[in-house]
Ligand binder design. Structure first.
Ligand code: PLP
Length: 433
C-alpha cells in the first residue's frame, strides 16, 4: 500500500494534519513548531519526509540501543506476529515471556529472583512501589514512608510522580502526591551531607528508598559515584528499608556495564526496567524482586495477593523483541561498541574542558553530559535550550537539551565518524554563543 505524498507546507501535509488532531507529550501546543515527519530509520539515522536526515543522539528518548529498524529485531517481531500476538497473562503463559524472564535473571544481579511484567517505565516503578508497600502490609507491620533523591525522575503516573523530585512539571498535582522525604543527590562534594541526613531519615518506619543509580536522567544527567550509593544502601538495609533501583534509563549497557547496579557492592531489592529492554522497539516494563519480597505475598489468604496487572502484560511481541535485543546486546561486538563510545566520549570531554561556555562535564559509560554556561540559571525553560536544540537540528543532529544541559546518548551502532561530525557541530554551537 502506498499513500499519496503531500508537500510539507500544504494544509493537508502530515504535520498540519497532526496539528489538527494530535496532542504531543511535554509540548506547549500553542507555540510548538509543527512536528517533523519521519518516514524511516536505519542505524543511528532518522529520515524525514523531505529527505533531511537526523543523527539520533538521544536514542529516541533513551530507548534505542542497536539502531533503528534493526533487521534482527524486525524479523523476530514479524515471526512472533504471525504466531501469537497476545494472550491474557493471568492463568496463561507463553514462550517469549518465560524465556525473557529466565534470560533477564541470568544477567541481573544474583539476588533478583522474580520478574513481573508491565507496560513502560512508569508502571515498572508503580509496581515496585506497590510491592514495597504491600510487602510490609502483608507482614502486619505497615510502613508508610518513602525516601527518594531530589532531582529524581521516576515517570509520569501518580506514584512515580510522587517519588520524583518536585518541580514545575508536577506542581499542578502536588496536593495529590503522597509524602516523600528527599535526600540531596550525593554529587561530588555533597556525599557527607547526604549520608548525614540519611542517618536521620532512614528509620524503621521507612518502607522503601528509591534511586536512579549513578545517573539521574531527566533531572539533567546528574551523576554520582557508586561508593556513596553503596553506603546509602548499606545504611538503609540496617533499618530493613527496601531498596528500589530504577534502571529504566541506566539499564542495558548505557553506563558502560549491563546495569548501573553492577558497579555497586550493595544490591537493590527491587529493580525497574524498560526503555532499552526491547532495544527501543516496543513498550514493555519489568519489575524484578528478591525471593524474600516474593515470599511475603505467598499465603492461603487471598488478600495477600499482588492485585496488579495491565491488559498488555507480557505482550508476546514485546517480549520477543526484548529477546532479540538481548541477543544483540550480549554480542562481543556490541560490548566493544559500548567501550568504543565510552572512550570516544572521554576524548571529546578533554576537548570540551576549559571552554568558556562549558560548565561541569560528566560521563558515565555511553552517556556524556555538560552544562552550557551562558550566565543564566539552570532551568528547563531557559531559552538556551531552544537555541541549542534548533542549532543542532539545523545541522541534522537530534539532541534534546535538558535546560542548559547538553548530552549525548547515542545508540551503540553509532560510528566514530558520526560522533566526530556531532562533535564538530557542538564546537560550532559553542563558538556561536
Ligand atoms: C523514562 C524514565 C521513567 C519512565 O518511563 P516511561 O516509559 O516514560 O514511563 C522512569 N524512570 C526513569 C529513570 C526514566 O528515565
Amino acid at each position: 500500500m502506498s499513500l499519496p505524498t503531500t508537500p510539507v507546507n500544504s494544509p493537508n501535509s502530515l504535520p498540519e494534519r497532526d496539528h489538527q488532531v494530535v496532542w504531543h507529550p511535554f509540548t506547549q501546543m500553542q507555540t510548538a513548531p509543527l512536528p517533523i515527519p519521519i518516514v524511516r530509520g536505519e542505524g543511528s539515522v532518522l529520515y524525514a519526509a523531505d529527505g533531511t536526515t537526523y543523527l539520533d543522539m538521544v536514542s529516541s528518548w533513551w530507548v534505542n540501543l542497536h539502531g533503528h529498524a534493526h533487521p534482527h529485531i524486525a524479523q523476530r517481531l514479524a515471526e512472533q506476529a504471525i504466531t501469537l500476538e497476545h494472550v491474557i497473562f493471568a492463568g496463561f503463559t507463553h514462550q517469549p515471556a518465560v524465556e525473557l524472564a529466565e534470560r533477564l535473571l541470568t544477567i541481573l544481579p544474583d539476588n533478583q529472583a522474580k520478574v513481573f511484567y508491565s507496560d513502560n517505565g512508569s508502571t515498572a516503578v508503580e509496581v515496585a512501589l506497590k510491592m514495597a508497600f504491600q510487602y510490609w502490609y502483608n507482614q502486619g507491620k505497615p510502613r508508610r514512608k518513602v525516601i527518594a533523591l531530589t532531582d529524581a525522575y521516576h515517570g509520569d503516573t501518580f506514584g512515580a510522580m510522587a517519588v520524583g523530585g518536585r518541580n514545575a512539571f508536577s506542581a499542578p498535582f502536588a496536593p495529590f502526591l503522597f509524602d516523600v522525604d528527599y535526600l540531596p543527590t550525593p554529587v561530588t562534594g555533597q556525599e557527607e551531607a547526604t549520608l548525614e541526613l540519611a542517618r536521620t531519615l532512614f528509620t524503621d518506619d521507612v518502607a522503601a528508598f528509591i534511586v536512579e543509580p549513578l545517573v539521574q536522567g531527566s533531572g539533567g544527567m546528574i551523576m554520582y559515584e557508586p561508593a556513596v550509593l553503596a553506603e546509602l544502601f548499606r545504611l538503609a538495609k540496617e533499618q530493613g528499608i527496601l531498596l528500589i533501583a530504577d534502571e529504566v534509563m541506566t539499564g542495558f549497557g548505557r553506563t558502560g556495564r549491563l546495569f548501573a547496579s553492577d558497579y555497586l557492592t550493595e544490591k537493590a531489592d527491587l529493580m525497574c526496567l524498560s526503555k532499552g529492554l526491547t532495544g527501543g522497539t516496543m513498550a514493555l516494563g519489568v519489575t524484578t524482586c528478591t525471593q524474600a519480597i516474593y515470599d511475603a505475598f505467598l499465603s492461603d489468604d487471598r488478600m495477600k495477593t499482588l492485585f496488579h496487572g495491565h491488559s498488555f502484560t507480557a505482550n508476546p511481541l514485546a517480549c520477543s523483541v526484548a529477546l532479540a535485543s538481548m541477543d544483540l546486546l550480549l554480542l562481543e561486538e556490541t560490548q566493544q561498541a559500548i567501550q568504543r563510545i565510552e572512550a570516544n566520549h572521554r576524548q571529546f570531554a578533554e576537548t570540551l574542558k576549559g571552554h568558556t561556555h562549558v560548565g561541569t562535564i560528566r560521563q558515565q559509560g555511553t552517556v556524556l553530559a555538560f552544562d552550557l554556561n551562558v550566565g543564566e540559571q539552570t532551568s528547563y525553560f531557559n531559552h538556551i535550550r531552544d537555541y541549542a536544540y534548533q542549532f543542532m537540528l539545523d545541522r541534522g543532529i537530534l539532541m534534546r537539551p535538558l535546560g542548559n544541559v547538553l548530552y549525548l546518548m547515542p545508540p551503540y551502532c553509532t560510528t566514530d565518524s558520526q560522533l566526530e561530525y556531532v562533535h564538530e557541530q557542538i564546537m560550532a554551537l559553542l563558538a556561536s554563543l
